[in-house]
Design a binder for this molecule. Structure first.
Ligand code: PAF
Length: 285
């Protein structure tokens, strides 16, 4: 496996790989888990070569503390990618990634600033900018992202459409622990008690599915989820959003189309997000 610390190295390795087939990119911030490895497996099924990046992108963090505390284990990550058969990994530092006088940003103006974007100002601008840079550097045929970060996938799809970036975006279903908790690098920062309580997010989706089946309105579902999670003393609900699964516009009243429920819940100090798509009930459409 090639480990490329500089853009020059990366470009040289990719030029070589490209002569023998297609390239699938798995962008990551490291501290890999089976969710990331499911992206690698999906990329392997569809491409001749799979390449990855490990870069904890400072521009998408709201506070220096959150950035500093983000878990890291480069040696373990590289071993996992090597064992999985990944061809090359890009491991830049922030100084390599960003020019000291960098002035250019990429922002999906509407999508970036609603929902999770309103909770974390600047986050999706940081994501869109770094992912554009990764697409320019790797020029992959396909790029793989977890569906858990539902709004991130929507932002990246929109940016690729608007900027005519020639890459196929492939969202991959969320991988969960046995108790339903979505795999995330942030789970490593949960206290044992918070880890035990965190599957409440998944349990609230089960309740929401039942409520949709009985014809509950969006407001009723939202308030039931909020109440259920709020009863857990270690959890602080940040947002419960029920949106159109395609446009991410808010839904009011009865559920007459496919919806996505987007949750952001803090188990102090760790912010967890999760999502669940629920199809419309047939007799309402
Ligand atoms: O989902 C992530 O890990 C990050 O947001 C990404 C896409 C690698 C950009 O830094």
């Amino acid at each position: 496996m090639h480990i490329c610390a500089t853009k020059q190295d990366l470009r040289r390795v990719l030029a070589e790989l490209r002569t023998t087939g297609t390239i699938g990119l798995v962008p990551t911030m490291g501290y890999l888990h089976d969710g990331h490895m499911s992206l690698v497996r999906a990329a392997q099924a569809e491409n001749d070569h799979v390449v990855a990046s490990i870069f904890v992108n400072p521009t998408q963090f709201g506070s220096a503390e959150d950035l500093e505390k983000y878990p890291r284990d480069m040696d373990r990550d590289l071993a996992m990618l090597r064992d999985a058969g990944v061809a090359a990994v890009f491991t830049p530092t922030p100084d390599i990634m960003y020019h000291p006088d960098a002035q250019t940003i990429v922002e999906t103006t509407d999508l970036a600033n609603k929902l999770m974007g309103a909770l974390r100002p600047g986050h999706f601008r940081g994501v869109a900018t770094v992912v554009t840079k990764l697409f320019n550097l790797f020029q992959p045929d396909r790029a793989y992202f977890g569906e858990k970060d539902y709004q991130q996938v929507a932002v990246i799809r929109t940016m690729v459409r608007d900027l005519d970036i020639p890459v196929d975006i492939r969202p991959i279903p969320t991988v969960r622990e046995a108790d339903g908790l979505a795999m995330s690098s942030r789970n490593a920062r949960l206290s044992p008690d918070a880890r035990a309580a965190a599957p409440i997010l998944w349990q609230s989706f089960d309740m929401a599915r039942d409520l949709v089946a009985t014809g509950a309105t969006s407001d009723e579902i939202k308030s039931a989820i909020w109440t259920m999670i709020d009863r857990e003393p270690l959890a602080r609900v940040e947002t419960v959003d029920i949106q159109d699964a395609i446009t991410l516009d808010p839904i009011t009243g009865p559920i007459d189309r496919d919806i996505v429920i987007l949750l952001a819940v803090t188990f102090d100090p760790v912010l967890l997000i999760d999502q669940c798509v629920i199809p419309a009930q047939k007799d309402l459409t």
